[in-house]
Structure formats: structure tokens, C-alpha cells
Design a protein. Sequence first.
Length: 296
Amino acid sequence: MLKAWLILIDTIVHVILVFSLSLYILYPPLQEKKEVFSYFDVNAGLQGYTSMYVHQFLKQIMEKMEKNQESPIEYVEEPDSVWEEEPLKENFIYVELEDRLQLFSAKIGDPIFIRIFKAESIMEIWIRTAGEYVHLKDYYIYAYSGVLGPKLKTGDMQAPEGFYRVKRHHLNPNSKYHLSFNLGFPNKYDRAHERTGSFLMVHGSFVSAGCYAMTDEKIEEIYALVEGALKKGQKYVQVHAYPFYMTEENMAKYDAHEWYDFWANLKEGYDYFEAEKLPPSIKVENKRYMILEANE
């Protein structure tokens, strides 16, 4: 019953957000021309109220606005068609875990690697087979709190960005959020920058206070993959948390952002994995992440 009420409240919030955005676009404040918003900026302003439907709907609105600043709404399809037409990384969202494992002759217990992308609310799961990692499955992040940018201090409600390691002692099968695993914040980089915080998790449920909430159903699959890999001998599972997909185009949109230099450092790790399909070895020197050749 509680879950049903939470879903209802969340749905109402989403409707209000979309309605408010639509009113702003249709009746903007008096100014010489209409503002064109970045999809990522709008997403960042949601402060953790995230779902796949709202993200896809807003994304399409923003894309249409960029093409047609004079009258953005008339070109936006009806919401019912939005998620049918979004390819979303070859539909890795809409596949069954068992089918994907079978396709790659993989199993729970094989080494895995995780990437998180805040703006897109996507968690990627990669699994190692035949010497490299293959893209196993994606999961929507139901909620994260804060805006784009790293966590700085206890109580700032920010979800971490950076390179983290999940070890066996980070697993919590008795979490009050169904299941959870600790990201290991603060890591050596965070401590070098005097960042504080604790118990920053990936967990079930629908709410976030600096964590990544996946819902109970999805965390069961993710937790099984992480636990299985660690129990079968993987020393730690790397989790790379990014503000968005670190393409050149996306980076250019934020070249004046206060966290651009930090993100450029993160991009080094993103680019290594994109090229090698192996998670890099990562060290911290002079308050920077050092991206080194993979040792797997």
C-alpha cells in the first residue's frame, strides 16, 4: 500500500513538472527572444525527481527546441510515442538479463564493471567475456538527488561523481532500502580535496538523499551481479560515476561550467574504456585522477 502511494505521489510530481515546463515555453517571461534550455540543465534541476518517462519527454522537447526556437511545442510528438521512438543505446534497457547472459555465454559471477550517467539517469552494466567487457544491460536510475557536479560535503544532498571501488564489505543485504552496496565515498581523490560524506549507496526503493535509487526490482539484479562477481574472486567492482555521457559534443556544452576541469579529468577514464573496453587502473596523484593501463 505504501509503495502504491509513493508511485502515485511521484506520478503527480512528474505531471506538475512537465506541465510547468510547457507553460514556461508557451508563455515565457518578457524578453527579446525565448531562452533555449539545455536538456542536461533541465534534468539537473529536477533535484532527484527522475523517471524514464519524464527524462525521455523532456529530452525530446529540448531537442525540438534547438531545431526550432520560434515555436518549439508544435513539433513535439504526443507523449505516448516518445518512449517508443527513443533507441536508448540499442535498447539495452528493454532486454532481459537472462537473455543477455545467455547471448554472451556469461553468468552471474563473471567480472563486471559499472558506469553511471546522471543527466541521462542511466546505469550501464558491462561483463567480462573472452578478454574484454561487453555491454550487458542498462538500468534507469529511478532517483538521485542534487544537480550535476560532485559531492563536496556531508548534507549537501549531492550524489557522487568520480571513480569508485565496491568491495565485499561494501555489500549490505539487510539494507532498509531492500539491498544496497556502498560506493566507497570518500575515495582517495575526495579526501585529497577534503570532501566529506558517508554511506553513499546504490540501493533499492524510490528515494534518494545523495544515493542512486534503483527500485527494489532492479537492485535485485544489479546486486546479484555485483555480489556474484565479488564472491567469485573479483577484488573489487569499479563504478565510474559521470555527470553525462562524456562525448566531445556534451563537453563543449559545459566548457564554461565550474566543474569543467574536473569533468575533463573524468573524461580521461571514459575515453580509455571506450577505446580499450577494459576499465583502467586509477591512481590519485597531485589531487588528480591518473588513468593507467588496465591490469586485468
